[in-house]
Design a protein around this ligand. Sequence first.
Ligand SMILES: Cc1cc2nc3c(=O)[nH]c(=O)nc-3n(C[C@H](O)[C@H](O)[C@H](O)COP(=O)(O)OP(=O)(O)OC[C@H]3O[C@@H](n4cnc5c(N)ncnc54)[C@H](O)[C@@H]3O)c2cc1C
Length: 508
Amino acid sequence: MRPAHEGDGIFLIRSVAFATVLVAMGGMSITTGSEASMNALHATARQKATDASIAALSSELSQRFGERVATSPAVREQHGHTLTWVKNQPPDIVVYPRTTEEVSEIVKLCAAHGVPVIPYGTGTSLEGHINAPYGGVSIDLSLMKRIIAVHDEDLDCVVEAGVTRKELNEYLRDKGLFFPIDPGADASIGGMVATRASGTNAVRYGTMKDAVLALTVVLPNGEIVKTASRAKKSSAGYDLTRLLVGSEGTLGIVTEITLKLHGIPEAISAGICPFLSVKAACDAVIMTIQTGIPVARIELLDEVQVRAVNLHSKLTLPESPLLLLEFHGSDAGVQEQAERFGEIAAEFSGGPFEWATKPEERSRLWQARHDAYWAAKGLRPGAQSVATDVCVPISRLAECVDATKQDILESGLVAPIVGHVGDGNFHVQPLVNTDDPAEIEACEAFVDRLVRRTVAMEGTCTGEHGVGQKKMKYLEVEHGPAALNLMRVLKQAIDPHNIMNPGKIVAL
Ligand SMILES: Cc1cc2nc3c(=O)[nH]c(=O)nc-3n(C[C@H](O)[C@H](O)[C@H](O)COP(=O)(O)OP(=O)(O)OC[C@H]3O[C@@H](n4cnc5c(N)ncnc54)[C@H](O)[C@@H]3O)c2cc1C
């Protein structure tokens, strides 16, 4: 086993009172107990890269990649920006590879210098995922935009990591196919794999965990690995694909992705349905899901969020709790689904159900929904936005949203609610004056109550955004120490020198 020394530029095992997870060349030992509370401290086993190693690496990268290496403060800052109240921690260097082999070369150079690597897609993640708390190299995959193959007959495609979801759908449209996963931002497919993203369509089409068939990945030692074939199912060994999906760049860099696709439905209809309370809206959602109506989208906006959306997107939606819905299928199927939903809504005093009949109206409605984050920010100019992303089993949805709404009122926060409620997933977005310590404290306390309430209902602290820096402290609350230790063991086995996006998901 390689001993670790402070100052050796590679990694530092913290001197902790409890036992340490050791991954040795010949074997590993897993410890349990209070060790997991390290995550709450955001402790890590990493040191900041030294100025000397950064200078040497920068010179080697520039010789090899020329103008595709950037070190200007503006570019570095942009690659550490967080879109929320999480502070910017820029990388030292940004480099733009064009191929998997180039990514491998860069990672090998970083590994040789003991410098962290932070993969970068489009930078729309919300929990400090792309921050560089230990400095290092941001590998920006935006030049890797090839759509390598579309297999119409198999309903799959192979793309490079820098292709965005909108670019892919633009390309697929003429073939009558589409890729359904739609986070509000036009994120890269690589970033969506890394955060296990989803969006408004997940209730019908699943999340990135369901959409990915195989990955090409560059490991922390620069080795290139393909995780699976194009087969729709496989029992051939450990599921490396699913280990990598949601790993947030902490285990490797995804360079190519094989994705499942879907045929564009014959008929699509969308509409809005107002309710008297968020509880009534959620009760209607629960019954819709439990009775098996195959809704394609069912999204909740509370009245605060509707007001924000109206202002931002110049709409005139009724300013009450609102469900936005979409149905996919044949003409008759869509009509039947809509009628069945209308009856359920009426049972909970919801309605009238209004259709967005023209495709342009539909697009406008969903664009407004996708812009809800920016709309909410407009409610309190100058305030910072806080991202939350809890998800509960569908039967607990109404109870959880209702209790949370009550908590918002009591805490005096400006905090609109929007949610992919068909999956039990909703976002409260507190808008906080970060110059006011009391407000920060109140917001932190609110988020803490929200997460603990959710976990007590057998839910999760993050349904789709991921852990990044800000949700690390909740992993122990949700998973317990043994499962968190297992994650740590996996991280150390794959990335023993802790160079891949250190300081995210699990603390070492
Ligand atoms: C307005 C708005 C709405 C949003 N709505 C949703 C939503 O509905 N659903 C949802 O799931 N998310 C949503 N998000 C969050 C965000 O869009 C997703 O997390 C998205 O998947 C991030 O993709 P990205 O390309 O921007 O990744 P980045 O932010 O660049 O990176 C995210 C993480 O993935 C890692 N990473 C990036 N590329 C790779 C790669 N090729 N290989 C390995 N690791 C990589 C990074 O290191 C980082 O840890 C929203 C964000 C915004 C701003």
